[in-house]
Design a protein around this ligand. Structure first.
Ligand SMILES: Cc1cc2nc3c(=O)[nH]c(=O)nc-3n(C[C@H](O)[C@H](O)[C@H](O)COP(=O)(O)OP(=O)(O)OC[C@H]3O[C@@H](n4cnc5c(N)ncnc54)[C@H](O)[C@@H]3O)c2cc1C
Length: 416
């Protein structure tokens, strides 16, 4: 069913009994043209673009849990394209452009709100680095504004500007950045993929790959064997565990990252603010809760929960930057498993096994990439060539030493 103002009024007046389930619950068929392993944001977006843009009709998404149970429903919802390096900037800018028309594309309210991201600088050298990043963004068509300390003060007067250790010297603003409601993004992509005929199969864990003559010809799952002409893995924090079943060892480690939400407060923070002298990013949800996060917990794990010392560490950063928040109460916290690549940048590539494709290594920055990752992965699967904005996200960069180690995207998890 299409959503519209008319439907909202009609359903409201008739007891909201006419809404239909947002996607079907089909049983898996014996074979598909394309199987996507992992029903997170990226897997669902890939299915959406494969069906809508590349006209593929026979696709299944296999999800071991439920839609939205992974990182797509666990992140701090920040969407931005303030990347500097050549391999990254066009891809993330492409993603931000897709975000700007995503709700129309999906006919789904994902609560995309372009409220801007402000990265704070606390020394002259940090301000110079931000000027360089901002210039690189402008040169490749993104938006950026270097702000003086006075301009920052006008915009967010409540920050601790005169902290003796970390005074605020400048800020880099990307006005088009913002937030989107994370689980609505998963539901919107799932609904659209389903409408285009994609089978979304929940509670279906992929436990192995079927191989014949060096080619991947299907998967083994908790619901039986399913054949496929192409198998595309997209399992974020479980990347190394799943690809191990195909005999591949990845340049990826799994780490836990936590998110925190305070009680609802009056409008306090206009956009997203990041603390440049520690690692803290904070925004305010439409319900008023402060949504914030910081460093990884710092040890390898597949558990979707974190520990108290990291909470203390993140909250200390928050007190350093916004001491007035000391009396706000914390309401909720949770963790998600990050697929940390060794240079902080992702991989969207064919593997050495015919018919097997891989998408992962998103670190703690893959939410903003969701539409472009789906688009680029769909392009790769449909055409067997990399999408023009994702040509550098190849496995062989680790062989050649062609790293894309962008600061702020999670490079070197061992240093967290
Ligand atoms: C606390 C936190 C904060 C974050 N903040 C941000 C942010 O502000 N901005 C940003 O851009 N990014 C952020 N991220 C990162 C972002 O959420 C991830 O990079 C991105 O969601 C990963 O892609 P995905 O949505 O496809 O992953 P997921 O939703 O994790 O999808 C992978 C799916 O694969 C499934 N799966 C695993 N194994 C199997 C199997 N064997 N068979 C079938 N299915 C399987 C999982 O159940 C899961 O549903 C954050 C992450 C966390 C945890």
């Amino acid at each position: 069913m299409r959503y519209s103002g008319f439907q909202v009024i009609k359903q409201g007046l008739t007891g909201n009994k006419g809404w239909k389930p947002v996607w079907r619950e089909p049983e898996p068929k014996k074979s598909y043209d394309i199987i996507i392993v992992g029903g997170g944001g990226h897997g669902l977006a890939t299915a959406h673009y494969l069906a809508k843009k590349y006209g593929q009709k026979n696709i299944a998404v296999l999800e071991k849990g439920w839609i939205g149970s992974g990182n797509i429903g666990r992140n701090t919802t920040i969407v931005r394209s303030n990347y500097m390096l050549e391999g990254n900037q066009p891809f993330y800018e492409h993603s931000l452009k897709l975000w700007e028309s995503l709700e129309q594309d999906l006919n789904y309210n994902a609560m995309m709100s372009q409220r801007g991201i402000l990265n704070l600088a606390h020394s002259d050298s940090q301000r110079d680095a931000m000027a360089r990043r901002g210039n690189a963004m402008l040169l490749s068509g993104a938006d950026a504004k270097l702000m003086t300390a006075d301009e920052v003060r006008k915009m967010v007067p409540f920050l601790n500007f005169d902290n003796a250790r970390f005074p605020i010297t400048a800020g880099l603003l990307q006005p088009r950045a913002g937030t989107a409601r994370h689980d609505a993004v998963a539901w919107g992509f799932a609904r659209s993929a389903d409408q285009h005929g994609v089978d979304i199969i929940q509670n279906c864990e992929v436990t192995g790959f079927q191989m014949k003559d060096g080619k991947c010809i299907g998967v083994e799952t908790s619901k039986g064997k399913i054949k496929a002409k192409k198998v595309a893995v997209c399992v974020a924090g479980s990347s190394s565990r799943v690809m191990e079943k195909a005999g591949m060892r990845l340049p990826i480690e799994s780490h836990v990252l936590q998110a925190f939400v305070s009680e609802g407060l009056k409008l306090t923070i206009p956009g997203i603010v990041t603390f440049g002298a520690g690692h803290l990013y904070i925004s305010q949800s439409d319900k008023g809760g402060l949504v914030f996060g910081g460093d990884l917990d710092g040890y390898n794990t597949y558990a979707q929960r974190g520990n108290m010392p990291t909470l203390e560490h993140v909250v200390e950063d928050m007190m350093g930057l916004m001491p007035f928040l000391g009396r706000a109460r914390l309401l909720r916290m949770w963790g998600g498993v990050m697929d940390m690549s060794m240079d902080g940048s992702p991989i969207i590539d064919k593997t050495h096994i015919d018919g097997l494709y891989f998408n992962g290594g998103w670190c703690y920055g893959g939410f903003k990439a969701t539409p472009a990752s789906g688009d680029a992965y769909a392009h790769l699967i449909a055409t067997d060539t990399p999408h023009p904005t994702a040509t550098k996200f190849r496995f062989d960069r680790f062989l050649r030493g062609g790293m894309i180690d962008e600061k702020g995207s999670g490079a070197q998890p061992n240093l967290h």
